[in-house]
Design a protein around this ligand. Structure first.
Ligand SMILES: NC(=O)c1ccc[n+]([C@@H]2O[C@H](COP(=O)([O-])OP(=O)(O)OC[C@H]3O[C@@H](n4cnc5c(N)ncnc54)[C@H](O)[C@@H]3O)[C@@H](O)[C@H]2O)c1
Ligand SMILES: [Zn+2]
Length: 391
């Protein structure tokens, strides 16, 4: 049987955020909690004031939780929950990158299920939550359209990523205007996250004709527009296409799963604090090499979606897909950013490989990988990354 989930409503367009009060009212709500990360409230962005004004002008009472710095933890969720319950919020408006949206998802669920363990919601048949609107300001995670929320448990340090259909927001608002302020390196990291979602969904053994549609279109868009958005953040067409690519890729992976690049990426995030998009971009070419023979035809399609001339033998095209990603990482400074900021000590990195292998294999995205990896296979993926960063 095939199940497929998307948000009920997706609004796309420059300045669509200006209609936020209409979206809240359409859900029958009037006491929204705005959840956003601290940076977006800084004077140069000032998004908290703008959203609050839009809602208050339509007679609503509003509270804001903006304590999120870095990727979200169970601590952020509890702080936000307290604001929601003190205020009596009837819905949540999440504005920001995946970190803000994922925090909002957890708050929305726990506000009506206070005794639930968030990490085990996948086991719940029915799950109520507050109504939820997600407005992404990065073009990467697709969280506005996924049934996943990634929260680090402060007690264990583990990045938990439970999934449940109830985590798909009611309304996704794609306003590319909000992404214009994203600097080039974050545009590159988050854009590579979107591309990795699309590729892993396309090659997943849970891929189906519905997810293929979304994944394929997302790959084509990211292939064509990501570098343009990085080169010129004010290129409005590139920003709009990347906002769409990210959302489409989110729908694709939410229904077909991510795979080994994400399983390994979570370990890089946990042990080396590598930002999510950067972590998956770093592993992607080596994960592709590992699974190439098992998914040659799929990777040949990937190469063509990313601009390779069709018509060459399929095995050659599949190899070309790896080359394309490898070179894209070069041009987007992916290796360089990792080396200067996050993985400076390669001896320490190599020592951690056995721990990261265990961590990768204990999460999801392993059984859905087209070729199931062993411990030695995952270790080799990390070792290839170390060798690349050593070079
Ligand atoms: N729920 C899902 O389906 C899903 C999928 C993939 C990743 N994730 C998770 O999402 C998180 C990463 O989210 P992300 O990559 O969107 O980054 P993020 O939300 O962590 O934001 C990264 C940085 O960008 C800044 N930022 C955001 N928007 C900006 C803008 N418009 N202008 C300037 N700066 C801006 C933020 O302040 C932050 O410093 C990770 O925790 C990851 O594991 C979730
Ligand atoms: Zn991702």
């Amino acid at each position: 049987m095939l199940s497929f989930y998307t948000p009920e409503r997706v609004e796309v367009g420059f300045n669509s955020l200006n209609n936020i009060a209409d979206f809240v009212k359409a859900l029958g709500c009037q006491k929204p909690l705005i959840v956003m990360d601290a940076f977006l409230t800084s004077p140069q962005i000032g998004l908290d004031r703008k959203v609050k004004e839009l809602l208050v002008a339509r007679g609503m009472a509003v509270a804001t939780y903006s304590g999120i710095t870095g990727e979200p933890t169970s601590g952020h969720v509890h702080e936000g929950l307290k604001v929601a319950s003190d205020f009596g919020s009837d819905c949540i408006v999440a504005i920001g990158g995946g970190s803000s949206i994922d925090t909002a998802k957890a708050i929305a669920v726990l506000a009506v299920n206070p005794n639930l363990s968030f990490a085990s919601i996948s086991n719940q048949q029915k799950l109520d939550r507050l109504r939820l609107i997600a407005v992404p300001t990065t073009s990467g995670t697709g969280s506005e359209a996924t049934r996943v929320s990634v929260i680090t448990n402060v007690e264990t340090g583990i990045k938990e990523n439970p999934g449940h259909p109830a985590l798909v927001p009611d309304i996704a608002v794609l306003d590319p205007q909000l992404t214009l302020s994203l600097p080039p390196n974050l545009t590159a990291f988050t854009g590579m996250d979107a591309l990795t979602h699309a590729m892993e969904a396309y090659v997943s053994n849970k891929a189906n004709s519905l997810t293929d549609l979304y994944a394929h279109e997302a790959m084509k868009m990211a292939g064509q527009w990501l570098e343009k958005a990085v080169a010129d953040g004010t290129d409005v067409e590139a920003r709009e296409k990347m906002a769409l690519a990210s959302c489409l890729a989110g729908v694709a992976f939410s229904n077909a799963s991510t795979n080994l690049a994400h399983a390994g990426g979570r370990a890089l995030g946990t042990y080396f604090h590598v930002p999510h998009g950067l972590s998956v971009a770093l592993l992607l070419p080596f994960v592709m090499e590992f699974g190439l023979e098992a998914a040659e035809d799929r990777y040949a399609d990937v190469a063509v979606a990313l601009g390779a001339a069709p018509g060459r033998p399929r095995n050659i095209l599949a190899n070309q897909a790896v080359e394309i990603i490898y070179n894209l990482n070069d041009r987007l400074n992916i290796w360089y950013e990792a080396k200067i900021k996050y993985i400076q000590d390669l001896a320490a990195f190599r020592q951690f490989i056995p721990v990261m292998v265990k961590s990768a294999l204990s999460g999801n995205g392993i059984l859905t990988n087209r070729k199931t990896p062993t411990e030695a296979d995952v270790a080799q993926v990390f070792e290839k990354l170390a060798a690349k960063l050593d070079g």
